[in-house]
Design a protein. Structure first.
Length: 274
């Protein structure tokens, strides 16, 4: 994404979100939207800002978010993998980062088949979840959950999940209604734009040797440059850590860089990936 194109998109979205009769009226949502537009070329930062903001807004114990979690008839299965996570200060909950959840799981299917926010007051009593999913969520100390599916128009984008350790968790209907609008008008479209920009940057002109990368090597390089660890990349792509390590060695060889840290800097400096 060129700087000129980025500025154009930011200007266009500011007009859409903050001006006219259809402008966002909810002040907390406006503030988040303004921040996200500053990081439109950085999907990892967009997810981090969103999870931090939502954890505070909902007073949740943990919030995670990431792309995927849905079935697409054109491009196939997109499993959910958390790219960002925020936890309540003072708590030490198991981390969801990098964990993959199958898009064909009945629990995730129920999230996408519903409309708006998917609320679960008691995870252990939620019959739309399989026993294995209930056990997995319980092991992560999740007793209550809100799941927010994100769309860009009619296209699915990803998920945001807010968790509480207690079934006594309370969420205000007014806030949930505002969140539904925010997800539809802001979060889904902007996070989709950020993802598209990251992919475009990786495919654009960059360091010598970039054009020689295979599609698999490009995907691994993209995820590592977004801040994911080898283990997280392996989980998302359903490959072994050794395969990811081998592919990154090949990428470094083709681009002529000695380390993965240097690879990330080279791609970033040349606009190849964010």
């Amino acid at each position: 994404m060129s700087e000129q194109h980025l500025l154009h998109l930011q200007r266009q979205w500011r007009e859409r979100l903050f001006e006219g009769e259809n402008a966002l009226r909810w002040r907390p949502g406006r503030e988040l939207a303004a921040e996200l537009l500053l990081y439109l070329d950085d999907p990892q930062s967009c997810w981090r800002l969103t999870t931090d903001w939502l954890r505070e807004t909902l007073d949740a114990d943990r919030v995670d978010g990431g792309y995927g979690g849905f079935l697409n008839p054109c491009s196939g299965t997109h499993d959910y993998v958390a790219l960002a996570e925020a936890q309540r200060n003072g708590l030490t909950l198991p981390s969801v980062l990098g964990q993959a959840f199958s898009a064909v799981n009945p629990g995730l299917l129920a999230v996408w088949r519903g409309s708006g926010i998917f609320a679960v007051q008691d995870v252990l009593q939620e019959r739309r979840f399989t026993p294995s999913l209930r056990h997995r969520l319980s092991a992560m100390q999740t007793a209550s959950k809100l799941a927010i599916p994100l769309h860009n128009g009619t296209e699915p984008v990803g998920l945001i999940c807010a968790d509480w350790q207690s079934t006594a968790a309370q969420w205000h209907p007014d806030v949930c209604n505002e969140l539904g609008t925010l997800a539809e008008q802001v979060l889904g479209p902007i996070l989709a734009l950020a993802q598209h920009g990251a992919r475009t940057n990786l495919e654009a002109e960059g360091p010598p040797g970039l054009a020689t990368l295979t599609e698999a090597e490009r995907r691994v390089a993209e995820l590592v440059a977004q801040g994911l660890s080898y283990k997280e990349v392996a989980r998302q792509l359903k490959r072994s850590v050794s395969t990811v390590d081998h592919q990154l060695r090949r990428v470094r060889e083709k681009l002529g860089v000695p380390t993965t840290a240097r690879l990330i800097r080279v791609l970033t400096d040349h606009g190849g990936c964010h």
